[in-house]
Design a binder for this molecule. Structure first.
Ligand code: BGC
Length: 250
């Protein structure tokens, strides 16, 4: 099945038509800058522009940077607070005229990695951490997702919120060396390990391409590997999520 997969991020909104059988991108990946402020109206206009640029009129899957409970946004750490309580799936369906299925961005990136990528056929507990404007998490047990874990917001032992300490945005803003930032990420991963004892940790987002620059600082017991789809996992997984919902008839 072909589905338009869209990944709504803090700095960019990306889209590509995905073949859900294989996870392959079957159209050019297009990226538009995220609007500021990222209000529902402005994000919807940008999504609509991506739909038009793809000449698309079928189902759309969206990975969105918030906890999404049955199509409704519950949090808004890096998007406009007016999203909270909004039935985002219905809202974007109305704006685009296409059926829209929406889930948390890290959860859908995790779906792509578990189905086709770094977590494929891995038994046990897999934690996926997406590193970008925020810190997103997806937690799987034997391939099944526990949605909306939001573990980037835990307080670390230094009293700081994890995503305000170890995200890509913080590394960038504070111009941290990879090794220094690696120590920060390690502090976060150690906290995750102490709580969840994952069998595998998969890192996604831009920083996952640079793993060799900071891997020496990572001391967790679990193997830590980069996401296979790097920062395309969101678009691919968004399409997989939509396909799952379509097949389930909801
Ligand atoms: C949000 C999560 C999201 C993560 C990555 C966090 O600030 O609360 O929902 O998955 O950023 O975008």
């Amino acid at each position: 099945m072909k589905i338009l997969g869209i990944d709504v991020g803090g700095s960019g909104i990306k889209g590509s038509v995905i073949e859900t059988e294989t996870g392959a991108l079957t159209s050019e990946r297009l990226r538009l800058a995220s609007p500021r402020p990222a209000t529902p109206e402005a994000v919807g206009v940008t999504i609509q522009a991506l739909v038009e640029q793809h000449h698309w009129s079928g189902p759309i899957g969206i990975g969105f940077p918030a906890a999404i409970q049955h199509g409704i946004a519950r949090t808004a750490a890096n998007i406009d607070p007016s999203f909270i309580g909004l039935p985002v799936a219905d809202y974007f369906s109305g704006q685009t005229g296409c059926p829209v299925y929406i889930a948390n961005d890290a959860d859908v990136a995790g779906l792509a990695e578990i189905r086709f990528g770094a977590g494929r056929e891995v038994a046990g507990v897999v934690l996926i951490v997406t590193i970008g404007t925020g810190l997103g998490t997806a937690l799987f047990s034997d391939g099944r997702l526990l949605p909306n874990t939001e573990l980037g917001h835990i307080l670390l032992d230094n009293g700081q919120e994890a995503e305000h300490y170890a995200s890509e945005a913080v590394r960038d803003a504070q111009n941290l060396k990879w090794t220094d930032w690696g120590d920060r990420l390690n502090r976060y991963l150690l906290a995750m390990e102490k709580l969840f004892w994952p069998d595998l940790i998969v890192l996604g987002g831009g920083a996952s391409k640079k793993l060799s620059k900071f891997v020496a600082r990572i001391t967790v017991q679990a193997p830590v590997i980069p996401a296979q789809f790097l920062n395309q996992a969101g678009m691919i997984g968004a399409a997989l999520f939509a396909e799952e919902r379509l097949r389930a008839g909801n």
